[in-house]
Structure formats: C-alpha cells, structure tokens
Write a protein that binds this ligand. Structure first.
Ligand code: HEC
Length: 154
C-alpha cells in the first residue's frame, strides 16, 4: 500500500516535470516565437486603439465595452514576453525587435512588467468608468508602449 502511494507520487512528479519542460519549449522554432509575440501585440493594439477612439470621442463612450477592452488588454499584457525567450527569435527573423532587447534584458523585462501593472490599473479604473481618470490611466499606459517601442522596436 505504502509502496503504491510512493509510485503514484513519483508518477505525478514525472508528469509535472514533463509539463514544465513542455512549457519551456513552447515553440518549435524562432519563427513561431516571433509570430506568437507579434500576434499578441496585435490583439493588444486592436483593443487599445478602440479605447483610444472612445476617449477621443471618435466613437461613443460605452463604459461596458470600454471595460471589456481594458480587461482584454490587461490579460494580453502578459502574453508576448515568452516569445522573446526563444533562442534565435532575433533580428533577421522577420521581426522588428532590436538587438538592444537582449543587451538590456533587465530593462526590457522591467518595462514589460510595468505594462502589466499599467494595464491592470486601467482595467480597475474602468470599473468606475470616470472618463477623466480613464484618460490619465490610458495615457500612462500608452507612454509605456511608446517608451519601449522607441528603445527596442525598429
Ligand atoms: C517592453 C516592451 C514593449 C512594450 C511595453 C510594448 N511593446 Fe509593442 N512591441 C515591442 C517589440 C519589441 C515589438 C516588435 C516585435 C517583433 O516584431 O518581433 C513590438 C511590436 C508591436 C506591434 C507590432 C506587431 C506586429 O504585428 O508586428 C504592435 C501593434 C504593438 N507592439 C503594440 C503595442 C501596444 C499597443 C503596447 C501597449 C499597450 C505595446 N506594444 C507595448 C515591445 C513592446
């Protein structure tokens, strides 16, 4: 009985290990990793621009839709980064990512984390739906997008 439990524990351990290994190698090749992060940014951009249009008055402001968009951006804000960890997913591989990213990895990661904090804050502010507060939180997030692009995107 004790032996069986032990075996089961080993098996569970082995399964957990292989799941972790699979997660580390999320992509078959560098091209897939580039495509993955670009698509994630693209979804983020679609939702972000929509919120911008509402705040500018190019589109009627709808608090519920705004909140939905803000939630999606917040969720997406953690997605692209794993695509930068794949070996070879660097300049020359159909990417606008600059080599400076890998020379300044800590700064890049800090900006990525800041984006996640900014977008979660924007989603929180969207609960109350006050447009002045939203405008400020939106601007802060947008500055983060631009700041990183200026440094690290062609
Ligand atoms: C920490 C750095 C960083 C932050 C923050 C960041 N980006 Fe980017 N973004 C990049 C890099 C690097 C690329 C180039 C990716 C590539 O081509 O491999 C990129 C590419 C893009 C692209 C082009 C995707 C494509 O199809 O090629 C869009 C759109 C984009 N980002 C939107 C945004 C928006 C919107 C935000 C903010 C809400 C944002 N990004 C925040 C680094 C960042």
């Amino acid at each position: 009985m004790i032996f069986k439990t032990f075996q089961l524990t080993l098996l569970t351990g082995a399964l957990t290990m292989s799941a972790m290994v699979a997660a580390q190698h999320a992509f078959n090749d560098a091209e897939k990793a580039v495509e993955y992060r670009q698509k994630a940014f693209s979804v983020m951009q679609n939702n972000f621009a929509y919120m911008g249009d509402m705040l500018k008055g190019d589109m009627p402001f709808d608090a519920e839709i705004f909140k939905e968009r803000a939630d999606t951006v917040a969720q997406m804000s953690s997605v692209p980064w794993v695509g930068f960890r794949q070996e070879g997913a660097m300049p020359g591989n159909n990417t606008d990512a600059l080599p400076a990213i890998w020379d300044n990895w800590e700064d890049f990661q800090e900006r990525a984390e800041q984006l996640q904090r900014d977008t979660y804050r924007l989603a929180q502010v969207a609960v109350a739906g006050n447009q002045n507060e939203l405008r400020a939180a939106f601007k802060e997030t947008a500055q983060n997008c631009k700041g990183c692009h200026d440094q690290y995107k062609d």
